[in-house]
Design a protein around this ligand. Structure first.
Ligand code: NAD
Ligand code: UDP
Length: 346
């Protein structure tokens, strides 16, 4: 029986949230998932129940709604919170900064207020490699300070990290994990849950898989004259199942008061062209592409130093790039239109 039995997962109906709910259930936790479904799907949680044979309590609500949070904490004995809820589209954040600061920063403040009022002080926060900023040397290490972020999304993550550090300084009951994700891709090997972005994908992997499944015509590779081996950007892609398992492991860092930051990545950079080639090789599907101008704010290359998570949490990314490609296609080919049930074969 896990020490922290009942976990509140905000954003639990989203991509990483649904995979983490699954890992938490498998590890023996009870899960309450709270999501306003602005970018998630309740169907994802039904499928998690189908895969695990266990049930999830789902509550439709917004983290900025203090009354809804108070009702939740009143009705459920929550031991710890894993906090995914937020907006995540970098380009959109440039055009709609207030929506990002409101959801990501105000939402987290409201969540922490409700937690404190309910006497719950254990929190895992979904942060991002973006907080290292545009000038940080690679590989990124947790001991580096946060840098200059290049868009409101990244700034909102850095702001929340600072809010949580200040909170922990002010009240030593808080135990907080800041998990800095690199680039999560892939899907649960069952093919029943996966990434289902609303509208045209912003991220590389869903764009590739939607081209392969025929929803989009061709991939635009943003920039081919970066100072990298093949001229395209390099990122540290990790399997979403590994990332989700990292959250279960990270619950143990909450035994110690204070704020604990961990990189969750593989430690290896892979270029956009290598990603396209690996997808084609593993799945046998063609992905037509063209080179397009670089995207504003994109950094040429970054990857994690993941040794702190390995040393302190016993966590390591285990899946290969081939696994990530196979599982992405497994999900996308079985669910060409994602969780839209009318068109799903899952
Ligand atoms: P996602 O959009 O699939 O999941 C986020 C979920 O939160 C969605 O289900 C959405 O409906 C919900 N949500 C948003 N605002 C809410 C609100 N105000 N109240 C309640 N629910 C709300 O995104 P994801 O890829 O699963 O990302 C989860 C978290 O991880 C986010 O905080 C994101 O910023 C962070 N993150 C993601 C990546 C990535 O590449 N996917 C990288 C680094 C960090
Ligand atoms: N990318 C691309 N075409 C796309 C989407 C992304 O070439 O349609 C590139 C992008 O420039 C970056 C990499 O793929 O170098 C990963 O982008 P993504 O948006 O998935 O993640 P990011 O690292 O920007 O958070």
């Amino acid at each position: 029986m896990p020490t922290d039995r009942t976990i509140l997962v905000t954003g639990g109906a989203g991509y990483i949230g649904s995979h983490t709910v699954l890992e938490l259930l498998e590890a023996g936790h009870e899960v309450v998932a709270f999501d306003n479904l602005c970018n998630g799907s309740e169907e994802a949680l039904h499928r998690v129940e189908q895969i695990t044979g266990k049930s999830v309590t789902f509550l439709n609500g917004d983290i900025r709604d203090r009354k809804a949070l108070d009702r939740l904490f009143g009705a459920h004995a929550i031991d710890a919170v894993v906090h995914f809820a937020g907006l995540k589209a970098v380009g959109e954040s440039v055009n709609a900064p207030l929506a990002y600061y409101d959801n990501n920063v105000n939402g987290t403040v409201a969540l922490c207020q409700a937690m404190a009022a309910a006497g719950v002080y254990k929190l895992i926060f979904s942060s991002s490699a973006t907080v290292y900023g545009i000038e940080a040397p690679v590989p990124y290490q947790e001991a580096m300070s946060r840098g200059t972020t290049s868009n409101p999304y990244g700034t909102s993550k850095a702001m929340v990290e600072k809010v949580l550090e200040d909170l922990s300084q002010a009240d030593e009951r808080w135990r907080i994990g800041l998990l800095r994700y690199f680039n999560p891709i892939g899907a649960h090997p069952s093919g029943l849950i996966g990434e289902d972005p609303k509208g045209t994908p912003n991220n590389l992997m869903p764009y590739i898989s939607q081209v392969a499944v025929g929803r989009l015509d061709q991939l635009s590779i943003f920039g081919n004259d970066y100072p990298t081996a093949d001229g395209t950007c390099e990122r540290d892609y990790l399997h979403v199942v590994d990332l989700s398992a990292g959250h279960v492991k990270a619950l143990q860092c909450l035994e110690v008061p204070g704020v604990h930051a961990y990189n969750l990545g593989t430690g290896k950079g892979v270029s956009v062209l290598e990603m396209v080639k690996a997808f084609q090789r593993v799945t046998g599907q063609q992905v037509p592409y063209r080179f397009a101008p670089g995207r504003d704010g994109d950094l040429p290359a970054f990857w994690a130093d993941p040794t702190k998570a390995e040393r302190e949490l016993g966590w390591q990314a285990r899946h290969s790039l081939e696994d990530m490609m196979r599982d992405t296609w497994n999900w996308q080919s079985a669910n060409p239109l994602g969780y839209d049930e009318r068109n799903s074969t899952a």
